[in-house]
Write a protein that binds this ligand. Structure first.
Ligand code: GLY
Length: 613
């Protein structure tokens, strides 16, 4: 069965059983407690807690989706037969189950419904044999799940294993959220489907019973396709095989683990960039950059030559081709993605060649002054520990802007691992450097004649300060209006405010239409006209993130941080952002807001200049 048919079969199965099909949410979640979307249930969190009503929004208590998901937790396993960073997750969800409620298409269901659906889908629709299932054996105050065990037995499943909190309890995503015991289905020894019974809400590690329990399931599409197509590993499935071929063409018949790594990382980067996660230095943006750099390092180490600027061209077109029907955004974003990736290859080539040259000098100490690349593949040095002064590695990092893990990959290729001392000294040098740069920043903005210079805001006298303050609040309103009108793909990419204008950079994949610009301007002016109050609240940074306040991932915020919000309360505020101020006290003080210009400043980044009068 093709992956395309499996997707359709899954959605049709649950649709026929009263579930509303919901499309995948973006890899950038609404949920501020996590950087990326890691599970299908994330977009439904508020239905489990009762904050939102599924009947009102979906016309059913049950939904199903195929969710784009990304997890770095398995990144070191990538290269084996079944691990990936990006994957598609098939899931069915049920909210607001009333204990004792019989299973019905649009009503809530719990253990019996969820297990029966999963059993029937796997055995009857897919024609697969369940190897064994696992259930929660109890622990940490949560009782053993004997009910699920009995349900499986009644369905004729004989092999039932029992595990504790580490294996058979799922969630929450981020710091808090719904979670509960799980039951999992294994086929040929591989975990295929995880069925979570969300009975609890976890906050700061403490479990509280949810008012109504719910169901959240997650089944990795790639793994299901693998067992259905009777392949030995996910990379031989129709989803990944064509990408494998395109990399083998470039890479030659080199170690399979490295080829798989390139395939996984490249596919993940394509999906991330398409959803607006642009490669960058910190936060979310660092993830696609890290993936691309790891892929390029693997390529370089096996091919022994720097990557060509168009390295990604063919594999990326193949990825788009495989997924374009289900994720049409990929196609729309194709050219933009390609140019972003070319930029990354160009930047990284210099870093990598410089790093390898420096490491070669170090390496030669360990094998007696011979060029390591010329030794390969004849010399295999195994299990050797390179005990190097960690501060030397830190200098290489500083010189080239390279990550420790890349240096590790290079040395491993040459048969060496770093000693514990080396890693520890590297970490110490890194920490020291971080502290110094923090102290430097404080000194710089300590005030030298200028009334205000925060890097973002600049004002030289009282008059200018007033104007800058009005523009500053207007910028917050504009960011919110941009997100309301264009969607959550919009993230701050930079900003600069003087007395004349605000200049705001943000991620978005295309030019704005004149109608959109007008709409944004109108929305901001409406909020100004409502004369909403502006307040701030000091909060521990983690708590502040949970309020849903926006923050700029490139910025280093103090802890506690101030959250500025426009509205009566932080909960129902129109806009909330981490910010150091200053701001007006009521929005009418801003005056009339005008957008002067909208333009591109780089691939996937737009710039708006606006003024107030
Ligand atoms: N939310 C269930 C899972 O991710 O496995």
């Amino acid at each position: 069965m093709s992956s395309e048919e499996i997707r359709k079969k899954f959605l049709a199965f649950f649709k026929e059983r009263g579930h509303t099909i919901v499309s995948s949410s973006s890899l950038i979640p609404d949920d501020p407690s996590v950087l990326l979307t890691t599970a299908g249930m994330q977009q439904f969190k508020k239905y489990y807690t009762g904050e939102a009503d599924p009947m009102k929004d979906f016309g059913s208590k049950n939904t199903a989706s195929i969710q784009k998901s990304f997890r770095t937790s398995d990144i070191d396993e990538v290269g084996d037969e079944s691990h990936l960073t990006f994957f598609e997750m098939l899931g069915n969800f049920s909210f607001g189950y009333k204990p004792g409620e019989p299973v019905s298409p649009k009503g809530g269901y719990f253990k019996k419904g969820a297990i029966t659906y999963a059993h029937d889908f796997i055995t009857k629709e897919m024609g697969l044999a369940i190897d064994y299932v696992s259930v929660f054996e109890g622990g940490d105050g949560v009782p053993a799940d004997t009910e699920s065990e009995e349900i499986w037995k009644s369905l004729g499943v004989k092999s039932i294993k029992k595990f504790g909190r580490t294996d058979n309890f799922w969630g929450p995503t981020g710091n808090e959220g719904p979670c509960g015991p799980t039951t999992e289905i294994y086929i040929n020894g591989v975990e295929i489907w995880n069925i979570v019974f969300n009975e609890y809400y976890c906050k700061n590690g403490k479990l509280e019973k949810l008012k109504t329990p719910g169901v959240d399931t997650g089944m990795g599409l790639e793994r299901l396709v693998m067992v259905s197509q009777e392949k030995n590993n996910i990379f031989e499935t129709d989803l990944l095989q064509p990408i494998m071929h395109s990399i083998i063409e470039i890479q030659g018949d080199k170690p399979i683990g490295q080829i798989r790594l390139i395939v996984d990382h490249l596919r993940a980067a394509v999906f991330l960039i398409s959803d607006g996660v642009l490669p960058g230095k910190e936060g979310r943006g660092y993830i696609p950059r890290r993936l691309l750099r790891r892929a390029l390092t693997a390529h370089y180490l096996d091919v022994g030559a720097g990557p060509d600027k168009n390295f990604f061209q063919n594999p990326v077109s193949i990825i788009i081709d495989i997924y374009k029907h289900f994720y049409p955004d990929l196609l729309n974003n194709g050219d933009r993605m390609m140019s972003i990736m070319q930029d990354e290859v160009e930047k990284y080539s210099k870093i990598l060649t410089g790093t390898v040259a420096d490491l070669k000098k170090l390496y030669s100490r360990f094998i007696g002054g011979v060029d390591p690349e010329r030794l390969l593949p004849n010399v295999v040095v195994k299990n050797n520990v390179a005990d190097i002064d960690g501060s030397i590695l830190f200098r290489i990092r500083e010189t080239h802007g390279v990550d420790f893990e890349v240096m590790k990959m290079v040395m491993e290729k040459w048969g060496f691992s770093f000693s514990e001392r080396t890693e520890k000294e590297f970490d110490e040098a890194y920490q020291k450097h971080q502290e110094k740069s923090r102290a430097g920043l404080e000194k710089k903005f300590g005030g030298h004649g200028l009334i205000l210079d925060t890097g973002e805001l600049k004002a030289g006298d009282e008059e200018e300060l007033k104007k800058v303050t009005r523009l500053h609040t207007a910028t917050h309103l504009m960011q919110q209006a941009l997100r309301n009108i264009l969607g959550n793909e919009v993230h701050q990419a930079g900003s600069d405010i003087t007395a004349e204008r605000t200049r705001f950079d943000f991620t978005y994949h295309r030019k704005l239409t004149p109608e959109e610009i007008k709409k944004i301007e109108t929305e901001v002016n409406e909020v100004i006209a409502r004369d909403m109050p502006v307040h701030f609240k000091e909060m521990p940074i983690e708590e502040a993130k949970k309020t849903g306040a926006l923050y700029f991932f490139k910025e280093k915020y103090p802890d506690p941080v101030n959250v500025y919000y426009v509205g009566k309360t932080i909960e129902d505020a129109y806009s909330k952002e981490f910010c150091g101020g200053p701001h007006v006290t009521h929005t009418r003080e801003i005056g009339r807001f005008r957008i002067l210009k909208e333009e591109a400043v780089g691939a996937g980044v737009r710039r708006i200049r606006a003024s107030v009068d």
